[in-house]
Structure formats: structure tokens, C-alpha cells
Design a protein around this ligand. Structure first.
Ligand SMILES: NC(=O)N[C@@H](O)C(=O)O
Ligand code: NI
Length: 167
């Protein structure tokens, strides 16, 4: 099984999968009579139909045992999904490009710097949220509506991957 190389998250590297929500290196303009910087439209919320809603939730996630065998990825075919850390901790991301199924050889892993969130574009394969801390909180912005919005793909045994952040 391939051990994933964990890359530092950058807008450029993550572009095939979605947006990086961060102030570093992001355009901004002043509002509120010059007292506030607005880092405007860092990402957009994708939905599928006019009846859909973009909703805001909080995920309180517990750490997975590491090293982790990545045996599955999921995607949301009807909308995007954003994770913004609430406690300033780095977290891990595992993604694969759009397609009918994730391709094991194209799976990539990233680690955030604690000041970054991400917005998975609609249909991008990703692992459910992966904390580094024992428990961590995320603001999550994603789509609510009718229909199935979560496809899961389970890798064959020889396609599984290893995520080993502490090695
Ligand atoms: N199921 C759910 O809401 N969470 C996943 O989509 C995830 O990416 O963590
Ligand atoms: Ni998800």
C-alpha cells in the first residue's frame, strides 16, 4: 500500500479540488469606514437546485487512529462542502480528482497551517474530516436538500493508502 506524501496546503496545489479559505495571500478591501479588511468571496457555495439551501453547521470531530489506512473516499455530487477550523489547529485533507470513482494513484494528502480552511468543490472525492488534535471543531458550510448527496467509494485492498502524519 502506498504511503501518502503529506503536502503543505496551498491555493495552487489544492486548485484541482477546491478553494483554500485563508487571509494569507488573499485579496481584500477595506470596509466599515476603514476599520475592517474584507477578504471577499474566498469561495462560493455550490448547490444543485433552486430549492437547495446552503447551511452552516459545526462538526466536533475526534481523531482517527494514525497511521490511518485510507480505505474509502466520499463525494457530494449535489454541492460543495467547506471546513473552517474554529480552534486554529492544523488538520489533514485527503482528496482525489473528480470522476466516476477515485483513482488510488491520484489520491493526494495535504496538511493545513491552522489558519486555513478548505472548500471542496461539488463532486470532489475526499476523506471524511481528519483532525490532528484528539478532538477539533470546524465550521462547515455545505448543501442541504433532497436526494442523495453523499457517494462513498471503498478501495480494493491493493488500492488502499496509508496516511502517517506522525512519521
Ligand atoms: N457526512 C458528513 O457530513 N461529513 C462528511 O461529508 C465529511 O466530509 O466529513
Ligand atoms: Ni464530506
Amino acid at each position: 500500500m502506498r504511503t501518502l506524501t503529506i503536502e503543505p496546503l496551498t491555493k495552487e496545489a489544492f486548485a484541482p479540488f477546491g478553494d483554500v479559505i485563508e487571509t494569507d495571500g488573499s485579496d481584500h478591501f477595506m470596509i466599515n469606514n476603514g476599520s475592517t479588511m474584507r477578504f471577499h468571496k474566498l469561495a462560493t457555495v455550490e448547490t444543485a437546485t433552486p430549492e437547495d439551501n446552503a447551511i452552516i453547521s459545526i462538526f466536533r470531530a475526534d481523531a482517527q487512529d494514525m497511521p490511518l489506512t485510507v480505505s474509502m473516499l466520499e463525494r457530494h455530487p449535489l454541492g460543495s462542502q467547506a471546513f473552517i477550523p474554529l480552534l486554529g489547529n492544523p488538520f489533514l485533507i485527503v482528496v482525489a480528482p473528480l470522476g466516476d470513482a477515485p483513482v488510488s494513484g491520484l489520491v493526494r494528502a495535504f496538511v493545513t497551517n491552522g489558519r486555513q480552511g478548505i472548500n471542496y468543490h461539488r463532486g470532489v472525492w475526499h476523506h471524511p474530516v481528519l483532525t490532528i488534535e484528539k478532538r477539533d471543531d470546524f465550521l462547515v458550510v455545505d448543501r442541504s436538500g433532497t436526494g442523495n448527496n453523499c457517494d462513498e467509494h471503498f478501495f480494493k485492498e491493493d488500492e488502499r493508502l496509508i496516511l502517517a502524519p506522525h512519521q
